[in-house]
Design a protein around this ligand. Structure first.
Ligand SMILES: [Zn+2]
Length: 374
């Protein structure tokens, strides 16, 4: 092991004997007590020295025997150490694909979030084997697909119909020169162009779908998702995440874990139960006669929703349960205050999520991050 203090977290002396790693409460960690010699020793943990060398240099600095090992152990437990050697293979795979430099901010972010040494590089490399389907190639869907591709997801399929319209064009989405092209073809090119490093090397076997993202151009289909359309994902246990913009309101979620958290069917039953007029209005909204051609989906909101959707998707693909699991986040122009609505599985829904507890963790505050070591 060649321990390295994670470079992604800023370091500062909080007081004479306490070092704080990181700025924000979500990921900051305090380490103390740290005397001057130990503080100097911390500078040596830069990934270039293995433990025998570190012990030798610590002895020369006057640190007692055993202290270097104890310190490395404590810092590892606090999630502050990375080990470039432990993830060498994963990093090499990214380097070979000429993707590593583009993905360094992703790597740094993962190193803050995942505590074990080497975890960041391994998770980033694992994204290359992941397959995601994005349904919808408007301002939100196309940008989500481009972001996932740029963040290292190996395979992003985009489905949509029709041709790119002037109002689909967005920074991060379809470019102006795509206007008039088929939406799916334009989105596929956008995905390819966004991918870091070399692309085009397809795996021999198609990987199973890890996630479906439902980001329809008509936000109604995300706000009031059709249970029938989700039937096959519920049947196959495919996780799916809804996102969109409808009438100047953006929404991210729910992320549905079939049989574990509330699904489109649960949501429909819940709404119909609480508002007898809802099913009748929904039928009118869905009918072609009342459809809206140009959505009220301004760029700031669409881009925000796309970015947050990609972040929730990546968090899930990297092994976490983000706050959209069984919940929906909404934000409306012009005040833009985010609010979350927890969605309860409905006992009459055939998805079977009612009574289960999967995904419950997101209701709490998550694991404690601010750890005092010492
Ligand atoms: Zn359900």
């Amino acid at each position: 092991m060649r321990p390295m203090v994670k470079p992604a977290l800023r370091r500062a002396w909080r007081e004479r004997q306490t070092v704080q790693f990181g700025v924000t409460p979500a990921h900051a960690v305090l380490v103390g007590p740290v005397d001057t010699a130990t503080g100097s020793f911390l500078e040596l943990l830069d990934g270039t020295r293995d433990l025998p060398v570190l012990r030798e240099q610590a002895r020369a600095m006057g640190l007692p025997d055993g202290q270097p090992d104890a310190l490395v152990e404590r810092l590892t437990a606090a999630g502050l150490l990375d080990d470039p050697g432990a993830a060498a293979e994963a990093a090499e795979a990214l380097r070979e694909a000429e993707a590593l430099d583009r993905l360094r901010p992703e790597l740094a972010s993962l190193s803050v979030v995942h505590r074990e040494p080497g975890a960041a590089a391994r998770r980033l490399a694992a994204r290359r084997a992941v397959r995601v389907q994005v349904r919808g190639a408007g301002r939100v869907g196309a940008a989500v697909a481009a972001l996932l591709s740029a963040a290292g997801v190996g395979r992003v399929d985009v489905l949509d119909g029709g041709c790119v319209q002037e109002w689909d064009v967005a920074p991060g989405g379809p470019p102006a020169r795509s206007v008039g092209e088929r939406r799916d073809a334009a989105a596929r090119r956008l995905v390819r162009r966004s991918a870091p490093g070399r692309t085009g090397q397809r795996q021999a076997a198609e990987p199973p779908l890890s996630l479906v993202i439902v980001a329809p151009r008509d936000g109604l289909a995300a706000y009031a998702p059709d249970p029938a359309a989700a039937g096959s994902w519920i049947g196959t246990g495919t996780p799916h995440l809804y996102a969109g913009v409808i009438e100047a309101t953006g929404l991210v979620g729910p992320l549905v874990l079939p049989g574990g958290t509330a699904c489109a069917g649960c949501l429909a039953l819940e709404r119909a139960g609480g508002d007898p007029g809802w099913p009748r209005m929904l039928a009118q909204w869905r009918s072609g006669r009342r459809a809206v051609t140009v959505p009220a989906c301004d760029l700031g909101l669409a881009t925000t929703v796309a970015g947050l959707t990609a972040a929730h998707a990546l968090s899930f693909l990297d092994g976490e349960l983000p706050a959209s699991t069984g919940a929906r986040w909404e934000v409306s122009m012009p005040l833009l205050d985010w609010r979350a609505e927890r969605l309860t599985p409905h006992r009459d829904c055939s998805c079977g999520a009612a009574g289960r507890t999967e995904g419950e963790r997101v209701a709490g505050t998550g694991p404690p991050h601010d750890t005092m070591v010492g």
